[in-house]
Design a protein around this ligand. Structure first.
Ligand SMILES: [Zn+2]
Length: 428
């Protein structure tokens, strides 16, 4: 078997006035790539910078190689955590991520813990809840350009800088803005939400390790939910080093309870940002996340709070709510909205509209299950009996759907040429 390795070169630290840039060349088996972080000079780590890159390349190495070389020494605690992460990720993704051997020296003496506490902040419900409830413990907010805000989305980047900057100033907190290409680097090797998102936040934390010893990461995922998930609470402590560690202070708090807290903060209402589907838009107001959040404020927010969100319209059209199609991740939020609406005796029209997409999802799931079970049933001896009994119905259905295929597969005593001609006339 050929030996494939990934080499993480020693990072380069460049000062550019009050901003600095940390970068490292990553030699993947087929090409060299660069990962970079740019941020305030006062915060960007020097001695512990290799930690950010070592963590960033772990999953890509597990995806494409069997050996990982980290050229600069890293934190001993992170070195141990890389092995714990390999245990979890290789169990979650046995077909995609395999253990690698790691060649990495450790820092001697180990780095000491930073003193400040930061919170990753996007303006969303989860991170706003953390900032409002943990305000006394937080020194700074971290806003990242290049993760859920695309690097080339200039309009959204400007709006986010302005809103989050004002929120930080109003809260009396420092705002640390970091720009990075880490997400762009990761897309060839990892799934952002399923396995990379949380780890990428931690990489930014390590890049900022010059000052912060602790950082809060928001996660709507519950510990008892089976993985995999990139922000799963069991993973978060494994992202830490001797210098900085990470925790999820909002773990287990239902989103509607967070909305109840956020809805009482005029600062949060002025800068709320929940949309992650529409380029350029701070909040589009119409995607499943925007609509679900508006309904959440209507059901659980302080009276009138929905109208006071400066960054999101207050339209809750029942037709739009009934028409929402959501991904699996959004299903829990939709279910919670529906259950709360029933519990508080909300307007029957709204209750019905909230129930509609949930029912549609149940039907889709049932159809998937039946189709799976049908494949098993057709392989059994009773299938022959069933087919014989319902021959006419089966033929009519197949003919209606796939006439050419049905003709080819069922007519066996006509010459192939005749069947082929007929099939081509049928057009399919
Ligand atoms: Zn939206």
């Amino acid at each position: 078997m050929s030996h494939r390795e990934v080499i993480c070169r020693a990072p380069v630290h460049e000062d550019r006035g009050d901003r600095s840039r940390l970068s490292a060349t990553i030699s993947m088996p087929d090409e060299d790539q660069e990962i970079w972080f740019e941020g305030p000079a006062a915060h960007l780590a020097d001695r512990t910078a290799p930690d950010a890159f070592a963590l960033a390349v772990l999953l890509p190495a597990m995806r494409v190689a069997d050996h990982l070389v980290i050229e600069a020494p890293i934190s001993p605690a992170l070195r141990a955590n890389l092995e714990h992460l390999q245990d979890v990720e290789s169990m979650w993704w046995p077909d995609r991520l395999r253990r690698v051997t790691i060649d990495a020296a450790t820092l001697e003496p180990p780095p000491t813990r930073g003193s400040g506490t930061a919170a990753f902040f996007s303006g969303g419900v989860d991170s706003s809840y953390i900032v409002l409830t943990e305000r006394e413990r937080i020194d700074a907010l971290i806003l990242i350009h290049g993760f859920d805000i695309a690097l080339d989305d200039t309009e959204l980047r400007l709006a986010a800088s302005r809103h989050i900057g004002e929120a930080a100033a109003d809260l009396g907190l420092e705002l640390v803005e970091v720009v990075s290409n880490l997400r762009d680097f990761s897309t060839a090797y990892a799934y952002w939400l399923d396995d990379y998102h949380g780890l990428a936040l931690a990489c930014v934390g390590h890049a900022l390790g010059a000052t912060f010893g602790h950082a809060f990461i928001a996660s709507a995922i519950l510990r008892d939910r089976p993985g995999p998930h990139g922000l799963h609470p069991v993973l978060i402590p494994m992202f830490g080093s001797d210098r900085i560690d990470f925790s999820v202070p909002d773990e287990g708090v239902p989103r509607l309870d967070k909305i109840a807290v956020v809805s009482r903060s005029e600062i949060a209402l002025r800068h709320l940002r929940v949309c992650w589907q529409t380029p350029g838009a701070y909040n589009c107001g119409t995607c499943s996340k925007c609509l679900g959040t508006k309904v959440g404020f209507l059901l659980a927010g302080a009276p009138g709070s929905l109208d006071r969100i400066a960054t999101l319209d207050s339209d809750v059209s029942l037709e739009a709510v009934a028409g929402i199609s959501f991904t699996r991740g959004m299903h829990n939020l939709a279910q919670a909205n529906y259950e709360r609406a029933v519990a508080i005796g909300a307007d029957p029209g709204l209750v019905a509209a909230l129930r509609t997409p949930l029912e549609r999802m149940e039907v889709d799931e049932a159809r998937e299950r039946i189709s799976r079970d049908l494949a098993l049933a057709l392989a059994s001896p009773t299938a022959a009996e069933l087919v014989a009994e319902h021959r006419d119905l089966l033929f009519a259905t197949l003919w209606g759907r796939h006439p050419a295929w049905t003709l080819r597969r069922t007519v066996t005593d006509l010459p192939r040429k005749v069947v082929g001609k007929a099939a081509s006339l049928l057009g399919r």
